[in-house]
Design a protein around this ligand. Structure first.
Ligand SMILES: [Zn+2]
Length: 324
C-alpha cells in the first residue's frame, strides 16, 4: 500500500470538511471552512488552505488528496464541468489542486464518494444495489449498481436530486434549469424556506417564536425544536420527509435497491425525516421493490463524503501502484 494516510475533502454547497484519514478509516486533524458567497478563485484558495492546514497538523507524510465536489465531472478530462450550488464552471479541478498542493489529487462527485464510504464500510456494507442521497444545501445522489459505483457515460450519472416530483413546481436552485426537482422542494434550503413559511403562519409555535427572536430558521434549529417536541417544527420535517418519499418511490421502481442511505446535514433529523419518507414511498412504489428496500441514515453521518474522498485517494494510489 503506497502511503499510509490521505486527506479527504468534502466540499458541500456551503461548507468544506477536510480530514486526515488512515488506512483503518480513522479521521484525524479535521478542518472546516464556510464556502458561502465565494467566487471560483476564492473557493480554490480555501480548498488549498484547508488541505495545507490538515497536512501541517499531521506533520507531513500525506500520500494523496481525494476531493468530493458537488459538481458534474467529466472523468475523461478530469474537469468539473458544472456545479449546481458552487461557482465551479469548466474547471480542471484535480490538475489545479495537484499543482498547487504538489501532491497526487483525485476528484469525484461528493455523493459518489459518500456512497463509496457507506458501501464499503458503513450502512450499505454487503449490499450490491445501493442509492445514497446527501441532503444539505442541495441534494446529491450516488449509485452503487451490481457492487460498483455507477458513473454513467462520462461520469455525470446519479443526479438523483434533480428528479422532478412536481412538473410545475418551484424553480430549482443554482445552475439547474429545471422546475420541481426533489432538490427544489426537499433540500436543506427548501426546509429552511418552509420553516419560515410555517413560522409566519403559526407565530405562537416554537418556530414562530424563534423567527420573532430573529434566529436563523435553518436545518439545525428546526431539528432542535422538533426534538424538543415543537409541533410546527415536526410538521416541517414531516413535509420534507414526505416529499423525499415521493422521489424514493420513483427510485425504488427504477433501481429496486436493497438500501437507500440518507446523508448530509439534514439527516441530523434522523427518524423524524426518515419515517415520513418511508411511509410515502410505501404508498407510491410498486411491489416487490417497495417492500424490500431499507431506508437508513448514513453510518458515517456528515463525514461520509470526507471519508469516501480519502478512500478514493487510497484506491487510485493502489491502482497506480498495480499498473506499474
Ligand atoms: Zn434541479
Amino acid at each position: 500500500m503506497p502511503g499510509r494516510r490521505t486527506i479527504g475533502v468534502d466540499m458541500g454547497g456551503s461548507k468544506l470538511l477536510a480530514g486526515v484519514v488512515d488506512t483503518g478509516l480513522s479521521v484525524h486533524h479535521r478542518v472546516q471552512r464556510s464556502l458561502n458567497g465565494l467566487d471560483q478563485a476564492a473557493l480554490l484558495d480555501i480548498a488549498v488552505d484547508a488541505v495545507e492546514q490538515a497536512r501541517a497538523a499531521a506533520g507531513g507524510e500525506i500520500a494523496a488528496v481525494g476531493f468530493g465536489i458537488p459538481a458534474l465531472i467529466d472523468q475523461r478530462t478530469r474537469r468539473g464541468v458544472i456545479a449546481v450550488n458552487l461557482p465551479l464552471f469548466d474547471v480542471p479541478f484535480a490538475d489545479i489542486m495537484a499543482e498547487r498542493l504538489d501532491l497526487p489529487v483525485f476528484v469525484d462527485n461528493d455523493a459518489n464518494v459518500a456512497v463509496l464510504a457507506e458501501h464499503r464500510a458503513g450502512a450499505a456494507r454487503g449490499c450490491s444495489e445501493v442509492l445514497l442521497l446527501t441532503i444539505g444545501t442541495g441534494i446529491g445522489g450516488g449509485l452503487i449498481l451490481r457492487g460498483e459505483l455507477y458513473r454513467g457515460g462520462v461520469g455525470a450519472a446519479g443526479e438523483l436530486g434533480h428528479v422532478v416530483i412536481d412538473m410545475d413546481g418551484p424553480r430549482c436552485q443554482g445552475n439547474c434549469p429545471n422546475r420541481g426537482c426533489v432538490e427544489a422542494v426537499a433540500s436543506g434550503t427548501a426546509l429552511a424556506r418552509e420553516a419560515v413559511r410555517v413560522a409566519r403562519e403559526r407565530p405562537h409555535s416554537g418556530l414562530g417564536r424563534a423567527l420573532a427572536d430573529g434566529r436563523a430558521l435553518a436545518g439545525p434549529l428546526v431539528v432542535e425544536l422538533a426534538h424538543d417536541g415543537d409541533v410546527a417544527a415536526l410538521d416541517v420535517l414531516e413535509l420534507i420527509g414526505t416529499r423525499l418519499g415521493v422521489a424514493l418511490a420513483t427510485f425504488a421502481n427504477i433501481f429496486n435497491p436493497e438500501v437507500v442511505v440518507i446523508g448530509g446535514g439534514v439527516i441530523a433529523a434522523g427518524e423524524l425525516l426518515l419515517a415520513p419518507a418511508r411511509a410515502e414511498m410505501l404508498r407510491r412504489a410498486l411491489p416487490p421493490s417497495r417492500d424490500e428496500v431499507r431506508v437508513v441514515a448514513a453510518q458515517f453521518g456528515v463525514e461520509a463524503g470526507m471519508i469516501g474522498a480519502a478512500m478514493l485517494a487510497f484506491d487510485r494510489l493502489r491502482e497506480r501502484a498495480d499498473a506499474l
